[in-house]
Design a protein around this ligand. Sequence first.
Ligand code: C2E
Ligand code: MG
Ligand code: MG
Length: 546
Amino acid sequence: MNERGRLKDELRYLFDEAPIGVVVSDLKGNVLRANRAFAVFVGRSVDEVIQMRTDQLCFAEDAADAQAGRETLVEGLANAFNMEQRFVRPDGAIVTGYLTLRMARLELGDPVFVAHVHDVTARKRAETTLLEERLRDRLTGLANRALLVDRIDRASRRASGLALAVVGLDRFRIFNETHGHGVGDRVILDAARRLEVAFRGAECVARLGGDEFAVLAEVDDAAALGEAVRAATTPRVEISGTEEALTASVGLRKIEPADRADEVLRDAQLALYRAKEVARGQVVTFEAALRGRAFRRVELERALRRAVEGGEIEVFFQPIHRAQDRALAGFEALARWRHPTLGHVSPAEFIPIAEEDGLILPIGAHVLVAAIEQLHLWREAGKVIPEATVAVNVSSMQIRSAQHVQQLRNFLETIEHPECVKLEITESVLLERSDEVRRAVDGLKASGARLVLDDFGTGWSSLTSLHDLPFDGMKIDRSFVSRITTDTRSRNLVRAMVGLARDLGIDCVAEGVETEEQLTMLASMGCEHIQGYFFSQPKPASALLL
Ligand code: C2E
Ligand code: MG
Ligand code: MG
């Protein structure tokens, strides 16, 4: 064999055994040569491949791209063309190659295409899974928010009569807090499965995060979709032998072809928050009037989360004086939120939001700890008498969480004078006179703290509550106090309340006392304690003149 022959053999060997696929075709696409790596890659023998045209090997959808690449080379616009190209194996499997295509002239013959092909199938598969994962909710496997927005976008271009229903579980955060996250996850999974089964034919069933899901569907009757979603979202979970069921509220948004997907989603969520605000377990259809109102709520909800973490919740103190000699007897601790841009947000506004989404638990704990600490400091500094008390509001949501109540008890049991702590409970919680509430109230009482019924007289259960539960005191609501000097009926009512407290042997505080006349009248009725602007507004501890 001559020198040239040997070189040819060596080159042939290099070509055949190269670890990268090489395929040579004429300008019409007939395969002229292929090496072993390429043949293995496309799942055929070298001989087989050489009988074929490249378009027979390629995945049909990629044919146009490949053609464009070849044209670029033929027109001399580039020396090489890189692309990802899928190939179909005889068994139907699809593999992906990273292809570098060049034109060459072999031994004075016609020009040919030479393609070097890297097998990138494994990487491609990993990429697709990753991409999939980015569009899927981890826990439930449902579409996530990003995928939902994409689906809304696509569907609204194609279909008419679309509607989006966003559904949220009622009181889920409290449930989660009470039973633990493991149980919470089971509830979320159960809700997801129910929605998936009920809306198999829908455009998209997604989880937006937390306890919120969404169903996108083409419907004749949007209202019916809302109702169906609400009815399907009834997750159940077994907790130590008993089955717990949750209900859900729904926000509904009809979709017009020109609507933007992210706005559609936001509107549906606003409608959901509205539904939760009005009465849980309802469907509310979005209307434009909801925007201004609910925006603030959504904004506050987001901001509140950060506020709690960022320490924006402060505690103010309002003094409570003895009516008889006007001596300082103690304080009520009141939460305050000073938001960097929204300014001062009233507890009347943020406490209900905090109750809905469970943030009341950390807020309540924070206020309790701060209040007790401050009282301790005042006592140590001799600013207050040793018997001075501090009253802290306890929300009904806090009472409902057995775990939280236990935490409060544990804390109260470690402090020096638990009898100086008053826990103010409004009667709304006591409406549900369940064993659970009873246990919670008894538990708190057992820690040594005193219990006070707040806003007495504003609900119909006041009397029974006082009778049934171990209260040490009550607070007469400002709505009565503010009218005692002008309205005989209010005066008589307040006199009766003061008498009731005396008969039961419990303490009585009049709230919202603003004038000297009110104070004198209450004192003459025998009301023991007075709280209100007459003495002082609620202030930061440092601003109180003690
Ligand atoms: P509340 O417990 O009945 O508190 C008394 C409210 O009356 C306070 O309103 C207080 O600033 C206001 N007030 C006191 N004296 C006067 C007065 O002479 N005139 C008038 N017009 N108002 C007076 P605030 O601080 O806005 O709190 C409103 C409600 O928010 C509270 O009612 C309580 O239910 C709730 N809240 C406040 N802080 C907390 C907290 O830390 N936890 C919980 N769960 N609820 C809280
Ligand atoms: Mg109070
Ligand atoms: Mg009150």
